[in-house]
Design a protein around this ligand. Structure first.
Ligand code: UDP
Length: 314
């Protein structure tokens, strides 16, 4: 049994990770400053003796007393809406926050898993994206506050590995969705489901022909654990390789929620990637992992969550 520090532990993915570690008997220290995380995501763990929450901003030096076996660095705004609203916080947490988290892992002799992103590939010119692709990122575009922070984060993690022999893992996360996304998250799956449930117009940005590949959170978290427990050091894509246009997604959401919402068209945000799909060869062969939950089922589960959230008036 281990003692696991999860930065961003009150966030969407961080809180699902906390559940997964607790379920297998590990102790969890969730660290968060709640700028996008939410105590509601971990409220069910309040009485669990194996769980602790600390309100810490990891962009300043921090410590966690006692033994730590692994540090999982999941703290960052992750929705374009949030990181565009909080550019400096996003750059700080991706750079300084990653460095202080690595310092903790170094001091404790703990394994370190970095939550990186398919955004390191930018608006990709190679399709699907393998881990060998270096990416196509605008370094001064509005999304760069996230993309470049995450790219710097990967470089920093590799630096701590080569200089200080920190035992590191890097996951490149492709669009992930599921319960505990915020109603106001701003990403496409939560936007479309909330709009469909409320009978509001579904906002398609651009033509709607751009693609994404959507992974359900439960599959994604199972991938994180396989990566952490495995021996592979370099980055690994974890996502679902089913690829959908935003039109296809909107139609599926309308079907699943039995909604009468119409589609409306809004401008495409700057540097919005035209296509994205993970090459999962490494995840399949090195980790024996693959996604199991297909989009329709994942959307049904997520819609049930948002229905309850909206019903509760949040
Ligand atoms: N998008 C959309 N309507 C929305 C929100 C997003 O059409 O209400 C589009 C967005 O322009 C992008 C895709 O959906 O092409 C995925 O956007 P998201 O913000 O979920 O994540 P990204 O993959 O861009 O980081």
């Amino acid at each position: 049994m281990g003692r696991i520090v999860i930065t961003g532990g009150a966030g969407f993915l961080g809180s699902h990770l906390a559940d997964a570690f607790l379920a297998r008997g590990d102790e969890v220290v969730a660290v968060d400053n709640l700028i996008t995380g939410d105590m509601a995501n971990i409220a069910h763990l309040e009485d669990n003796d194996a769980f602790e929450y600390r309100n810490i901003d990891i962009s300043d030096p921090f410590d966690v007393e006692g033994d730590v076996t692994a540090v999982l660095n999941f703290a960052s705004p992750a929705s374009p809406k949030h990181y565009l609203d909080m550019p400096i916080e996003t750059l700080r947490v991706g750079s300084l926050g990653t460095m202080y988290s690595l310092e903790l892992a170094k001091d404790k002799g703990a394994r370190f898993l970095q939550a990186s992103t398919s955004e390191v590939y930018g608006d990709p010119l190679e399709h699907p994206q393998t881990e060998e692709y270096w990416g196509h990122v605008n370094p001064i575009g509005p999304r760069s506050v996230y993309d470049e922070a995450k790219r710097f984060g990967e470089a920093l993690v590799m630096g701590y590995h080569t200089k200080h022999a920190v035992d590191i893992r890097i996951v490149r996360i492709f669009n992930t969705y599921g319960p505990r996304m915020r109603v106001d998250d701003g990403r496409v799956v939560s936007n479309f489901i909330v709009q469909a449930l409320q009978g509001d117009p579904i906002t398609i940005y651009g033509t709607g022909e751009q693609t994404r590949s959507f992974c359900y959170c439960e599959d994604e978290v199972r991938g994180f654990l396989a990566l952490l427990d495995g021996e592979h050091i370099g980055p690994i894509n974890i996502g679902n390789d089913g690829e959908f246009t935003m039109h296809e997604l909107a139609n599926l959401v309308i079907e699943v929620t039995n909604s009468s919402s119409e589609l409306v068209y809004e401008p495409l945000p700057a540097d919005d990637p035209a296509q994205r799909r993970p090459d999962l060869t490494k995840a399949r062969t090195l980790l024996g992992w693959e996604p199991k939950i297909q989009l329709r089922e994942g959307l049904e589960r997520t819609a049930a969550y948002f229905e309850a959230q909206l019903g509760a008036g949040s």
